[in-house]
Design a protein around this ligand. Structure first.
Ligand code: MTE
Length: 320
């Protein structure tokens, strides 16, 4: 497979030295290169005894003005109660079968209407120009539960601007890895795969849309969508597609997996909306994982101030 260099300036030119050093550790690990004794010592593991997928410390992170100060869910909660149908239907399946998936090396194909060359870009090249930050976001699942997660990532818009989409690019389409040999859910065909999601271009350029590579300061575990996933905090969780291998700038609205599977229950927009019930349950309340009492769901999951304007004049009951 041909892996081209991403169109960017060298990260060492724009990143403070310490951050750059930490980034190199992550990139080095993410590339699947065998860590030498020095690298292993830095990560607190004896050389030669590295686990299949050691979690890398992502170093110093810039805090975000968009972070909530609500109580964060624990690392245990965030990594053991998941939706990732490629690993199975139960909330415990993603953790149980996470080790089936190999995430190193990883490439992301970027293509479509843009001024840069379409190619498979190594994950390191996708990440290297970006400064990582911590964004503590509420995640509201369509099944009426929610969590507060300290994501690590960078704004999707920064990546989009690097690739210079043309005016024909009205939507961004994302695809998850299709590898039935490692995803038992794909072997069982429990959904139509590969998992696909999409955003309208203005949504994708909204500063809140995040490409995440970690939680709690460490690289993502496979059950959370390693090595790179989307986080769209004002939309139901199914929009936050995991383990992305393809980003495409397209003219037509993509057909997203859950909309294809059950169109009258799951739409394209999927903005969190307590006033529009799911056909089989109410969306007015939610259960924050770890809390006893349920709480009211907020419009746009509480992010209306940043995003509501994008939907002015749209009927959000029809565009669910
Ligand atoms: N991405 C893929 N590829 N496959 C999935 O099944 N599930 C979605 C989303 N991304 C899913 C996915 C749903 S329904 C939710 S609620 C979130 O991932 C859950 O993310 P988490 O497990 O990290 O909390």
């Amino acid at each position: 497979m041909l892996i081209k260099q991403a169109p960017d300036i060298r990260s060492s030119e724009i990143t403070p030295e310490r951050l750059y050093y930490n980034r190199r550790q992550f990139i080095h690990a993410a590339s699947g290169a065998a860590l030498g004794a020095a690298g292993a010592a830095v990560l607190g593991q004896p050389a030669g005894e590295l686990q299949a997928a050691p979690q890398e410390d992502l170093g110093e992170l810039r805090p975000s003005q968009f972070s909530t100060d609500e109580r964060q869910n624990s690392y245990e909660e965030i990594t053991s109660y998941n939706n990732f149908y490629e690993f199975g239907l139960d909330k415990e399946d993603p953790k149980r079968y996470a080790d089936d998936l190999t995430v190193k090396p990883w490439t992301v194909r970027v293509e479509g209407h843009m001024n840069r060359p379409a190619a498979d870009y190594a994950l390191e090249d996708i990440l290297s120009p970006h400064t990582l930050e911590e964004r503590i976001y509420r995640l509201r699942c369509v099944e009426a539960w929610s969590m507060v997660v300290p994501w690590v990532g960078f704004p999707l818009r920064d990546l989009i601007q690097r690739f210079e989409p043309t005016s024909r690019a009205r939507f961004v389409r994302f695809e998850t890895l299709y590898r039935p040999s490692e995803f038992r859910g794909q072997r069982a065909r429990n959904l139509q795969y590969p998992y696909v999601e999409g955003l309208r271009m203005d949504e994708a350029l909204n500063p809140l849309a995040l490409l995440s590579v970690g939680i709690y300061g460490k690289t993502l575990l496979n059950q959370n969508g390693a090595p790179i996933r989307l986080v769209v905090p004002w939309k139901y969780g199914f929009k936050s597609i995991k383990s992305i291998v393809k980003i495409e700038f397209v003219e037509d609205q993509p057909r997203n997996t859950w909309n294809v599977a059950i169109p009258h229950e799951y739409g394209f927009y999927a903005n969190v909306n307590p006033d529009v019930d799911h056909p089989r349950w109410s969306q007015a309340m939610e259960r924050r994982i770890g809390n006893f009492f349920r709480q009211r769901t907020q419009r746009f999951n509480g992010y209306g101030y940043q995003v509501a304007r994008m939907y002015d004049g749209m009927d959000l009951a029809r565009n669910y």
